[in-house]
Design a protein. Sequence first.
Length: 76
Amino acid sequence: MTNLIETIVTSLVDHPENVVVTEKNTGNSVTYQLTVHQDDLGKVIGKQGRIAKAIRTVLFSAAAHENKRVQLEIME
């Protein structure tokens, strides 16, 4: 899943070297924390959160195939 998030996000941003995804296991779910360069934050979130929602939708779909619950947090 980490590779999936990195692949999607690095294609969107101007500073792909600053994309960092960390994984935290909490009980029966997994939380992914995404950190990007400050200038790229708006590109990852998108207008009215549309890009972030699309990334989460793809992530949830991939997780459903593995019977996992996931969350994506975009860190500032």
